[in-house]
Structure formats: C-alpha cells, structure tokens
Ligand binder design. Structure first.
Ligand code: NAP
Length: 257
C-alpha cells in the first residue's frame, strides 16, 4: 500500500488517465476525490470504485466551482497529500483557420485551469504534498495543427517549474507526467468509429519507437510513483510516458528499413 492514509484529488477523474489513476490510488490505500463535468461518468466511477471515492461535478474553467470542490474534499477527507491536475482537452487549431475562441478554450482548460486548480488546493495541501500536472509529448513535437495544445502543455511544464520553486519552502513537490498517444476517450472526436480509430492507431504507432500507443494505466503508474514517498526527492521533473516518442524519435518503425 504505497498511498496508505493519503488523500488525493484528481481533476478529470471520470475518464481515461484520471480514472485509471483514481483506480490505482484507491488500490494503493488512498482516499480519492475526482472531479469532472459529466455526471453520468462521475456516477459510473462511484459505482465501479465504491464509496471511498468522492465524485464532484466541477468545470475546471470555473474557478469558484473548483474552490468549492476542493473545500468539499477537505471537509470529507481532511487536508490533501496529492493533487493530480489532469483535466484536459485536445483539439486542433491550424494556423490560418482558427477562431480566437477555439485557441483560448484549449489554453483555458489545459493551462490556466491547471494553475487555478493548484491555487485552489494550496490552503489544504500538507507539508510534503505531491502535485502532478498532466503535460504531453506535444509540448516538444512541433506536430502540425496543434499550436494551442502544444503551447498549453509547454506552458504546463514551465509553470510546474515555477510552482516547484514557490512551493519548495513548504516541502511540496511539483512534477509533470507527459504521456504520448495513449488509448483514452480523448481520441473519440478525431476517430469516432472503430475503423477510423484503427487507422489512427496504426498511423500513430508508426511514429512511436516501441511501436504502439500507451495505456492509461501506464501513465497512472508513473503518477503513482511521483505521488508517493518513493519520489520524495524528485522536484520540478517531467517524466515522459511515451514509448520513446520524444527521447528516441528516430527509433520509430517509420524509420526502420
Ligand atoms: P479523456 O478520457 O478525454 O479525459 C479528459 C478528462 O478531463 C475527463 O475526465 C474530462 O471530464 C476532463 N475535463 C475536460 N475538460 C474539463 C473541464 N472543463 N472541467 C472539468 N473536467 C474536464 O482524456 P485523457 O487522455 O484521459 O486526458 C487526460 C489528460 O491527459 C489531459 O490533460 C490530456 O491532455 C493528457 N494527455 C492525453 C494523451 C492521450 O493520448 N490520451 C496524451 C498526452 C496527454 P468530462 O468528460 O466530465 O468533461
């Protein structure tokens, strides 16, 4: 039990990586709260994971709602040991065809809301707490059509470093987990049918040295490490969980002869 007696809050915990992390944290003995917008998937998470899970509806763009959710978590479980600011959206914003609102929506959810989630949690974070922010390989890939998403995730990395400086006096660690393409519902808008998903998966896998997309659970295990006392001297780091996409791009199947 690596998280015995710990209290964790996961934003976007009703789907994908956040849900996998909630599942793992509970199995490791934590008391866990999740937030999300979709009441149906919030309810489904409670049904699956049981009464030790507190599920709260809150839009991360709504700072007051986030503050209320954090206060409810503290009321139910006491102060916080772990914050996983995970809620995020994808979306393409090609240069030459992107309205301001679409660009700003991505930054607002992925970057601005992550900052205000940490700020809302601050009064409740224990000495030695762990904050993990969800980044992405897109912060370094230069992938076409992803300007807002890439900028939001690069912003997450540089913001995490600043937050680590500011929170070090309280012994609070701030780190980033940056997934590569992983199987979660985030791809459903881009690939809404099984056939479209198979094409997407094949194309993406060609660019990943390990030759496959990741699983939400593989990201969750890295978040568990960063959240646990095993990572007690890891501060302001970014861990890529990407099958080598960023570290060894020339090893991808597409380059093999
Ligand atoms: P997902 O299954 O679509 O989950 C996204 C989560 O974020 C959902 O729980 C969603 O809740 C929540 N969310 C989105 N907008 C929100 C808002 N305004 N307020 C509150 N919650 C909101 O996708 P995922 O892949 O697990 O994504 C989790 C994180 O991983 C994101 O930050 C994403 O950028 C990052 N990531 C994913 C991949 C990948 O390939 N899967 C790769 C790199 C990085 P509702 O459904 O209730 O809105």
């Amino acid at each position: 039990m690596r998280l015995k007696n710990k209290v964790a809050l996961i934003t976007g915990g009703n789907s994908g990586i956040g849900l996998a992390t909630a599942r793992l944290f509970l199995a490791e003995g934590a008391r866990v709260a999740i937030t999300g917008r979709n009441q149906e998937t919030l309810d489904a998470a409670v049904k699956e994971l049981g009464p030790n899970l507190l599920a709260l509806q809150a839009d991360v763009k709504d700072i007051a709602a986030t503050e209320r959710a954090v206060a409810q978590v503290a009321e139910r479980f006491g102060s916080l040991d772990i914050l996983f600011a995970n809620a995020g959206i994808g979306g393409q914003t090609p240069v030459g065809g992107t309205p301001l609102a679409a660009f700003e929506e991505v930054l607002r959810v992925n970057l601005t809301a992550s900052f205000f989630t940490v700020q809302a949690a601050l009064p409740y974070l224990n000495k030695g707490a762990s904050v993990v922010l969800n980044g992405s390989v897109h912060s370094v890939l230069g992938a076409p059509r992803y300007a807002a998403y890439a900028a939001s995730k690069a912003g997450v990395r540089s913001m995490a470093r600043v937050l680590a400086s500011e929170l070090s006096p309280r012994g609070i660690r701030v780190n980033v987990v940056s997934p590569g393409a992983a199987h979660t519902p985030i791809w459903s808008a881009q690939a809404p049918t099984p056939d479209a998903y198979a094409v997407l998966e094949k194309r993406l896998s060609q660019g990943i040295p390990l030759g496959r997309m990741g699983e939400a659970d593989e990201v969750a295990k890295t978040v568990l490490f960063l959240a646990s006392d095993d990572a007690s001297n890891i501060q302001a780091a970014e861990f890529f969980v990407d099958g080598g996409t960023t570290g060894a791009p020339m090893g991808a199947p597409i380059y093999r002869t």
